[in-house]
Design a protein. Structure first.
Lengths: 336, 537
């Protein structure tokens, strides 16, 4: 058809020709390249301790809880809302699950249930204040985070809880299934479920719609407030699960360790928008970014580098990834 | 919302509309005595409109006449202070039966076409209720075909589509499962972003819908479209209905008079007629002031993403118009010249100075101004009229102690007066102004500083007849008075011939025709545009 300018549109969705192909590859998988680079470098420097199966299993299990937290806060993030209380939620949840066993001698199932129930309530409060109260998410979750932190300190009296924990609880965090540790399986299941909902359920699509244009989403009848509340409940719930898993894995809980996970969790979520589906936060990107960070940190640990460099590393990876994503995006834009 | 439970897990068909026998006209949509006030502004005063089944009812009015308020009230964003809205005799609640295509389309830019369509229609579901993307593709494609979009991949992200195609997608979305007997389609300026070649496509689709009995309420500025198309027309002015009746009972001239004939606010605008003699009166001698020195703009052999080997030049004081069908590369050319888009070959001189390349730094410092096609790119949303009109001239208004508040206010007032911006309140949030007034502001800010070149990309879209004339007159005057060179990218050929000194035709990234001797005949230009396309086959 003479008027077929839509041809141009169609062309864009087909694979680009020759040289541009490289840039498109870089655009979608650049982060994978960075990851491989790290693995290779560390393997070469410490083949004996880094490049082992045991190390792989350790890394997988160690960062499972970070995966859960990152996946959780990715959900409100898709809708352009920030959950800054996630790390403190994980902290309190871990403490409650352990504390109820240690102080009150509850069965660990009941303890876990109560911990997660608290998370649900906190998420609900966050969600209602932000969605219906129309309050700024940064401010609300910051405040809530403070409350959770204070509650954690009070509940544990500032100490580490490690006695009186039932063996069944340790099993939850340390048992193997076919050689794969349970925390990894939990994270995997969570990732699969979230991926499924975001891709194959209208609710997931509607969440992206809210993030894309809230006014347009409202006009087409998306129940914005409800979805935002749900996203915050899920975020709190997943953060809580992360806290419980971590407590089960290490066998104790304290009010301060997990709070440092907030930044890496957000780093992972932001990084997800630079890989696989650039421009959109996505599940596998988040998981991948978590393990990118985990690999780097573990590698440095094995090298004996001061652990504070881990923070530097996290920031560095973030800048690198964002920069790479932008450069490739612009180059592609120029070439087309 | 968005889930049609009654459809089985298999199918959500994009239902084609049933044929209906021709019925005697019955009122489909009735607005009875609507009143709406915003503070001291009476947006609607006793407005009554009746849209009959199977007809196209045009709603006309200048900016600020109440059109947008009425549409927004129908859509449920405002509640009327008093008055009723009846749909087929029954009172309307937040209607799904009123289908809207708003001015800003309300599409989600980061999602695909398929997602956008499915959010309203309901996703095609498969096993366990999960979305069946394969079927979703098919359904979406069928929906797109209804608006003659045969070659758009539903997976395309909205942000990658041209404004034309975005509008058509928005219409396809509104047409989903439409039932001519119990729905009304309301379109708010759908062709504002479409060049005339594409709008005839749209009108064809709408005519087909009318034939099936669907009532259509059609808000527009383009009187010429209505000739082929409108059955009834209502004109609003200052919140009142000044005319309502069949199209045959009036004429474009008459309507123009009704729309623009105000109670004294626009006396200083002469009725500009498109005759050649009058044209010269407005723009000075047809020779123009011949300038010594380098041309304001010189472009040689420039190639970019959608531009192939283009060479143009614009003298100081010259109003150069460039037209062509959509996708011809006009907008790209404008952006490349202004410096916000990169180009790979060729050279650009501004006032004789060679521009370094590649450079994506807006050429503001070279005294070049730019008004984008998309209004949202020009406006500082959320800021006041004053902020928006003075943003480009802050340098001029600054003294040693900073920006002088009084000078700022005075500059804003001048702009408001010169361009007749309504409401004339410099502290008003620019979001609250009508589209046409927003456009005036986007242009006004440039004309208050000393420019050598101004690039205008579709400046008169979604502006009513009277305002169009005002704006272009002011711009044309500035050309002659201040020696401003203007590069005017425009799809409305009728407007071009009235004001341009020279006209170029672009097609597929190349300059294919040039018209140098005014007065121009619109037919010649239109023929040139279409001729090239036909050769292309």
């Amino acid at each position: 058809m003479k008027w077929d300018r839509a041809r141009a549109t169609r062309e864009r969705t087909e694979l680009p020709s020759s040289g541009r192909w490289i840039w498109h590859l870089l655009y979608r998988f650049g982060l994978v390249g960075v990851f491989l680079l790290l693995v290779i470098v560390f393997s070469l420097i410490r083949p004996g301790s880094f490049a082992t199966l045991e190390n792989l299993r350790v890394i997988l299990a160690q960062y499972a809880s970070l995966s859960l937290i990152a996946l959780g806060l990715m959900l409100p993030l898709i809708a352009q809302r920030f959950d800054l209380s996630a790390a403190y939620m994980a902290t309190l949840s871990g403490l409650v699950s352990v504390g109820l066993q240690s102080y009150a001698h509850w069965s660990f199932w009941a303890a876990i249930l109560v911990a997660l129930a608290i998370c649900g309530c906190v998420g609900m409060v966050n969600g209602v204040l932000i969605a219906f109260g129309k309050l700024n998410s940064l401010v609300v979750t910051l405040g809530m985070g403070s409350i959770l932190f204070g509650a954690s300190e009070l509940y544990s009296a500032g100490t580490t809880i490690f006695s009186g924990i039932q063996p069944g609880f340790f099993q939850i965090g340390r048992a193997n299934v076919l050689g794969v540790q349970l925390p990894v399986i939990y994270a995997g299941i969570a990732a699969l479920i979230i991926w499924y909902v975001l891709k194959y359920r209208p609710a997931g699509r509607q969440l992206y719609a809210i993030g894309g244009s809230e006014s347009a989403a409202r006009l087409v009848g998306v129940r914005i407030e409800r979805l935002i509340v749900v996203s915050f409940v899920c975020s709190a719930f997943l953060a809580g699960a992360g806290g419980v898993v971590e407590a089960a894995r290490v066998g104790s809980a304290n009010p301060t360790d997990l709070q440092y996970l907030l930044l890496p969790a957000f780093t992972a979520a932001f990084l997800s928008a630079t890989v696989f589906r650039p421009g959109q936060y996505n599940v596998w990107g988040t998981v991948f970014a978590v393990y990118l960070v985990g690999t780097g940190e573990t590698g440095m640990f094995i090298l004996g580098v001061n652990s504070f460099y881990a923070q530097v590393f996290d920031g560095f990876v973030l800048l690198l990834a964002i920069g790479l994503a932008e450069v490739t995006r612009r180059t592609i834009g120029r070439l087309e | 919302m968005g889930e049609r439970g009654q459809n089985e897990r298999d199918m959500v068909k994009a239902q084609p509309m049933p044929e209906t026998p021709h019925k005697p006209a019955s009122p489909a949509l009735q607005v009875i005595d609507a009143y709406k006030r915003f503070g001291a502004t009476h947006a609607l005063s006793g407005v009554s409109i009746t849209v009959t089944a199977g007809s196209v009812h045009a709603l006309l009015g200048a900016n600020g006449s109440g059109k947008s308020t009425l549409i927004r009230a129908l859509a449920g964003f405002h509640t009327l202070d008093s008055g009723k809205v009846l749909l087929y005799g029954a009172e309307v609640n937040k209607g799904e039966r009123l289908r809207f295509v708003h001015q800003d389309l309300a599409l989600i830019p980061t999602l695909s076409v398929a997602d956008n369509l499915a959010l309203v229609r309901g996703y095609a579901r498969g096993r366990l209720g999960s979305i069946n993307w394969g079927r979703e593709q098919q359904v979406a494609q069928r929906q797109l075909q209804q608006v003659w979009l045969y070659n758009i991949d539903p997976r395309t992200q909205i942000s990658e589509l041209s404004p034309v195609n975005r509008t058509l997608v928005a219409i396809a979305r509104a047409l989903d499962s439409i039932e001519p007997q119990s729905n009304v389609l309301v379109l708010d300026e759908p062709t504002a972003r479409l060049p005339q070649s594409e709008s005839s496509r749209l009108i064809g689709v709408l005519k087909e819908l009318r034939q099936r009995g669907l009532p259509i309420l059609y808000v527009t500025h383009r009187l010429d479209e209505l000739n082929q198309f409108a059955d009834f027309v209502t004109v609003l002015r200052d919140g009142h209905v000044v005319f309502t009746g069949p199209w045959s009972a009036t004429s474009p001239r008459e309507l123009q008079r009704l729309i623009t004939d105000t109670s004294g606010q626009r006396e200083h605008v002469a009725a500009i007629s498109p005759q050649a003699e009058d044209r010269n009166r407005v723009t000075g001698s047809s020779e123009g002031t011949s300038e010594q020195g380098p041309p304001a703009l010189e472009v040689r052999n420039v190639s970019a993403k959608r531009i192939r080997n283009v060479s143009i030049s614009v003298k100081a004081g010259e109003l150069l118009g460039i037209t062509g069908i959509v996708g011809s590369g006009r907008s790209e050319l404008g952006r490349v010249i202004y410096g916000v888009q990169a180009y790979n070959e060729g050279n650009i001189w501004i006032n004789g100075q060679l521009m370094p390349r590649p450079q994506t730094l807006a050429r503001f410092s070279q005294h070049v101004g730019y008004v984008a096609q998309d209004r949202t790119e020009s406006l500082l949303a959320g800021l006041t009229v004053e902020d928006n009109t003075t943003i480009a001239s802050l340098g001029k208004l600054t003294s040693w102690y900073g920006v002088g508040q009084r000078r700022l206010r005075a500059a804003a007032q001048t702009a408001i007066r010169d361009f007749n911006i309504l409401p004339p309140d410099p502290t008003k949030n620019v979001n609250l102004l009508s589209g046409g007034n927003q456009q005036k502001i986007a242009i006004a800010r440039w004309l208050s500083i000393d420019l050598s070149l101004l690039i205008l990309d579709e400046p008169t879209q979604s502006i009513d007849v009277g305002t169009k004339a005002e704006l272009m007159t002011v711009i044309a005057l500035q050309c002659k008075k201040a020696g401003l060179a203007v590069l005017w990218l425009e799809s409305d050929v009728q407007e071009l011939v009235k004001y341009a000194d020279r006209i170029l035709v672009m097609d597929a990234g190349r300059i294919t025709a040039e018209f140098t001797n005014p007065p121009f005949l619109a037919q010649d230009i239109v023929k040139a545009i279409f001729n090239t396309t036909e050769q292309e086959g």
